[in-house]
Ligand binder design. Structure first.
Ligand code: SAM
Length: 246
């Protein structure tokens, strides 16, 4: 599994990679679910630059936030300013039993960076560290949707553009079996090629995801897509689950 090196794009990640509207909707919904289930503390196990960890801390949750990328984590710390967030660098496939949060989140396709064995390890870790009734909220890309013909263009396609900063991203996605895609991304600042990265993305069928979560001791309470749009299942490009530890 080729790992995406977020350290390379940390300076443009916020303005470029994550849409404010998507993130606001996602974080508000997550915050509401955590409150409803009386989860006072949350571990964001792939916090990136803090897109969810920071608003959740502002909303009053006790937040632990970790990421495998030191540069992403550093930016998150700077943005958090004086907020009390317990930041640490960490790989979610490694166990952190000492944390004992009420909920774990890994959002915006962080789980897509794990192959199935790594996913199993990470979810087992979350299961061990959560209490009975604790929540695990995550999202992946929907393999069934992507395999429908026409959803993945052949060759490079425009996958992102930020007119203010002048950055453009072109991507290519080649299926390499078992729901894995070999991604090739190229970033351009105006017309000049700046960053190039090859990485692998794991996608999931909803049914296999449900079986996997079940095998790690979780029951899925709700299925959504990343934007929490009420689209029919066949039209969902992503799968967001709200799961509860048995
Ligand atoms: C698409 S970003 C999402 C970050 C953040 N949740 C957001 O919405 O902006 C994916 C993040 O997962 C992190 N990541 C990838 N593999 C990881 C692992 N094994 N353990 C912890 N973090 C990981 C990356 O470094 C990156 O910051």
């Amino acid at each position: 599994m080729l790992r995406f090196n977020y350290d390379k794009i940390v300076d443009i990640y916020d303005s470029f990679e994550i849409s404010d509207d998507t993130n606001r909707q996602m974080t508000e919904k997550v915050s509401a679910v955590l409150k409803e289930k009386e989860c006072g503390s949350v571990w964001d196990a792939a916090c990136g630059t803090g897109a969810q960890a920071i608003p959740l801390a502002k909303a009053g949750f006790k937040v632990h936030a970790s990421d495998i990328s030191p540069h992403m984590l550093n930016l998150a710390k700077q943005k958090a300013e004086k907020l009390r967030i317990d930041f640490f660098q960490g790989d979610m496939t490694i166990s952190y039993d000492v944390l004992k949060p009420d909920a774990v989140i890994t959002l915006y396709n962080a789980l897509g960076h794990l192959n199935k064995d790594q996913f199993h390890q990470a979810v087992k870790n979350f299961s061990r560290t959560l209490p009975e009734g604790g929540l695990f909220i995550g999202d992946v890309d929907n393999r069934a949707y992507l395999e429908e013909s026409g959803h993945i263009p052949k060759g490079f396609f425009l996958s992102g553009q930020d007119e203010d900063s002048g950055w453009t991203r072109l991507s290519k996605a080649d299926p390499i079996g078992f729901g894995l895609y070999r991604m090739q991304d190229k970033w351009f600042e105006h017309d000049s090629a700046k960053i190039s990265e090859k990485w692998d993305l794991q996608t999931w069928y909803k049914e296999e995801l449900e079986d996997e979560l079940d095998s790690c001791g979780f029951t899925v309470l709700e299925w959504h897509d990343r934007e929490f749009h009420n689209r029919p299942e066949a039209e969902r490009d992503s799968i967001l689950f709200i799961a509860q530890k048995n």
